[in-house]
Design a protein around this ligand. Structure first.
Ligand code: T1G
Length: 691
């Protein structure tokens, strides 16, 4: 019978089967919790029922709390109260898991008396990825089942474990036969009844905790091991404290402590930011303005032109997804070098255990090298990753246009060039798209999908679907200088370069960005990438500090000197040489140097980035503010706990942002002229999230 729209209740023999069907992932929404609570109460009161099975239809067992309900007033029955109903049931409850039993879903399974899962199931507590901790007893129950150390690893990583591992750890009692979960769960329930097995409660178990008593070093070591990775994040420390409470406090008090630590996180902007990123990432995959029934074109064979760093990395993405790739280079030697590097990358990955050794040959078998562009004639998609020069790219596209089969998609990996200009070299501009990968292309998740004024809808849809196929986070952007990511990076570059000419040191600028949460500062990043990337030795003219540093052989880390000096372990120290170059250049420019404080560095860099993001949004180069956030969080290291430049701006309040921009414009000019979009939103009392 239907308990409500998402929960049904059936009795088979002496077993009540409570089935939840709440697409897409059976999240523990208000309706789901209410329905399960009512069904369990019904089973308890049903004299014909001896035990119950809790199972989900669709793709997965409960995948956690309904994230969109977090941060809002709690609606009864809360997950914790539902858990009490299950845990205190007078009849055994068997949780039957498939898909991904995550977060509150696994926490609900932990209050069942027995747990069974199919081998393909995965389970975990990923709350840390949302800036939270398992707030429904996960920090108190999981250690009681698998021990403190394993529980800390699982909760701090946020990664799921397989059902097989879970069985080995004692997290589940039985593995079902694949595809036979319901029947196997019923069998287990009958056995529990027949054998009169006890109503086991995880909360009553202490044996696994005893192993950790008197070993405070476990917590010290886990904090130390994760210090760098978790720098700036609040959730990890609260997680460790909650797990420490399992040793320090009786269960019920431990639950109170967990709730306190959870509440601190739930109302903090860090969790709001990470929940924003969770939904923004998924929203970015949706193409607005194109009919949802627009079919993607089949991509069965891909061509890549260029087997250098980018071309090789791009090709790997498709081989990794099982799509055959033909790589074309200009010479056999360049081709063989490129293929050697790809094989080396795979072998390194396999050595690290991140890939089966036999997959190296499988994936290399999908890569065909050629020095003849004509071999690309049967490709459905051809991506060029040749030298970043408009004439070179136009020439390549003109040739491709004559070679590629009708309907083939021609894609450019350009970072900055105008794709309309490139498309104009072909007779098929409607089939031209930008696929802007980020180096290393086989690693970085971000893919800017650039549509031009002519790109036809099915090409756009195909490219966005392809992004998902190759495991990238595709963000649809317009064809403008630097698209989204690099255009905002250019705004940051401008301010950083001006700041150091006016008196800030590169190390002060870098520290402000590092303290804000970037993995490394701006000038450190430049030294790492190489100051000579894009530098033309033959045309250099000491036009800026970067050129001058290149002209004196300071190309960054690779020459053990750029803005910083580097020792043999690449440890950097501020460079007096670079400082002198900056001072001399400033003097030549007639710039009177002055003390520049951290607040000015912070405001000029961050508000210039926000203002550029607003301009990008206003011009329609990005269709959502959250897309801009995803570009910078995924591709440029904006700290995830700050949600992205546009989310961060909304957090400051756009009226504050507008005032800052006006003040900065008066002092530092055009770059800070407030985007009209910001003025409009402020006038309407709105934020970027409403744009
Ligand atoms: N709540 C709401 N919506 C969710 C959701 C959730 N927990 N999980 C997924 N979705 C939506 C998602 O937005 C998308 O929607 C669709 O489902 C498919 O997702 C108390 C407080 C389950 C592994 O963190 O990891 O429990 O875009 O595209 O790649 O301690 O979704 O289709 O409209 O990602 O197959 C803890 C988060 C919550 C799990 C499936 N749980 N989800 O991946 O599909 S906090 C999580 C995932 C919690 C308790 C605490 C993945 C997935 P739309 P998808 P997928």
């Amino acid at each position: 019978m239907k308990v409500n729209d998402v929960v049904t209740y059936e009795v088979e023999g002496p077993i009540a089967v409570i089935t939840v069907n709440s697409p897409p992932v059976n999240a523990l929404s208000n309706a789901v919790r209410q329905g399960v609570a009512d069904a369990v109460q019904t089973a308890i009161g049903d004299s014909a029922v001896g035990a119950m099975v809790l199972i989900c239809d669709g793709r997965t067992f409960f995948a956690g709390a309904e994230i969109s309900e977090l941060g809002k007033p709690q609606v009864e029955p809360s997950l914790r109260n539902l858990q009490l109903i299950v845990e205190n049931a007078t009849k055994p409850v068997i949780a039957a898991m498939h898909g991904t039993a995550l977060g509150g879903g696994l926490e609900l399974a932990l209050v069942a008396h027995y747990r069974i899962a199919v081998p393909s199931a995965k389970m975990g507590l990923p709350e840390i990825k949302l800036g939270l901790l398992p707030g429904a007893g996960g920090t108190q129950r999981l250690p009681r089942v698998i021990g403190i150390a394993k529980a800390l690893d699982l909760i701090l990583s946020g990664d799921p474990v397989s059902a097989t591992s879970a069985k080995a750890m004692g997290l589940i009692d039985e593995l079902a036969t694949e595809g036979n979960l319901r029947a196997d769960a019923l069998t287990l329930a009958c056995r529990v009844l027949e054998e009169k097995r006890p109503l086991l409660k995880v909360r009553d178990r202490a044996d696994k905790l005893d192993e950790a008593r008197g070993k405070p070093e476990i917590f010290a070591e886990i904090r130390q091991a994760n210090a760098k990775k978790f720098r700036g994040y609040k959730a990890p420390e609260n997680i460790v404290r909650a797990v420490e409470a399992t040793l320090e406090l009786p269960f019920d008090q431990g639950m109170v402590r967990e709730r306190e630590l959870f509440n601190e996180l739930e109302k903090d902007s860090q969790s709001a930011a990470q929940r924003h990123v969770f939904f923004a990432e998924r929203l970015a995959a949706k193409v607005s303005g194109i009919p949802s029934d627009t079919a993607a074109l089949p991509i069965k064979k891909v061509g890549v032109i260029g087997a250098g760093t980018m071309g090789g990395g791009i090709a790997m993405n498709f081989a990794n997804a099982g799509i055959p790739v033909t790589i074309v280079e200009t010479s056999q030697e360049a081709l063989e070098r490129g293929l050697r590097i790809i094989r080396g990358n795979y072998e390194t990955t396999a050595k690290k255990g991140k890939m089966k050794p036999e997959d190296v040959d499988t994936r290399m078998g999908l890569l065909t090298g050629s020095v003849a562009m004509g071999d690309l004639a049967d490709c459905d998609l051809i991506i060029e990753a040749v030298f970043e020069n408009l004439d070179v790219k136009r020439e390549v596209f003109a040739r491709l246009d004559r070679i590629a089969k009708p309907g083939a998609i021609l894609a450019t990996n350009t970072s900055y060039l105008d794709i309309d200009d490139i498309a104009a070299a072909t007779q098929r501009p409607e089939s031209v798209v930008g696929l802007h990968f980020f180096s290393p292309a086989n690693v970085m998740k971000l893919l800017e999908v650039v549509r031009t004024k002519d790109t036809k809808p099915e090409i756009t849809v195909t490219a966005m679907k392809l992004a998902k196929t190759i495991g990238k986070i595709g963000v649809l952007v317009g064809n403008g200088f630097g698209f989204v990511g690099n255009r905002i990076l250019a705004a940051r570059n401008t301010q950083a370069d001006r700041l150091v000419l006016e008196g800030a040191t590169p190390w002060a600028v870098d520290k402000v960005l590092y303290d804000f949460g970037f993995a490394m500062g701006h000038f450190q990043m430049r030294d790492l990438v190489g100051l000579d990337v894009g530098w033309n030795r033959d045309a250099t003219s000491s036009a800026n500090v970067r050129e001058i540093l290149n002209e004196i052989g300071r190309h960054g880390q690779k020459t053990r000197g750029g803005y910083y000096d580097y020792d043999e372990n690449r440890k950097q120290t501020p460079s007096p040489v670079a400082s002198q170059v900056i001072e001399d250049f400033a003097a030549k420019q007639g710039i009177a140097r002055r003390a520049v404080n951290d607040e000015e560095i912070h405001d000029r860099i961050l508000f210039a980035m926000v203002n550029e993001g607003a301009r990008i949004l206003d011009e329609g180069i990005a269709s959502r503010a959250s897309d801009i956030d995803i570009v910078w969080v995924t591709g440029y290291g904006w700290p995830k706990y700050r949600g992205g430049p546009m989310f961060w701006a909304d957090l400051q309040g756009l009226p504050v942002v507008l005032e800052k921009l006006k003040t900065l414009e008066a002092a530092h000019g055009e770059a800070f002229k407030p985007s009209p979009l910001i003025e409009r939103l402020v006038a309407q009392g709105k934020g970027f999230k409403d744009a």
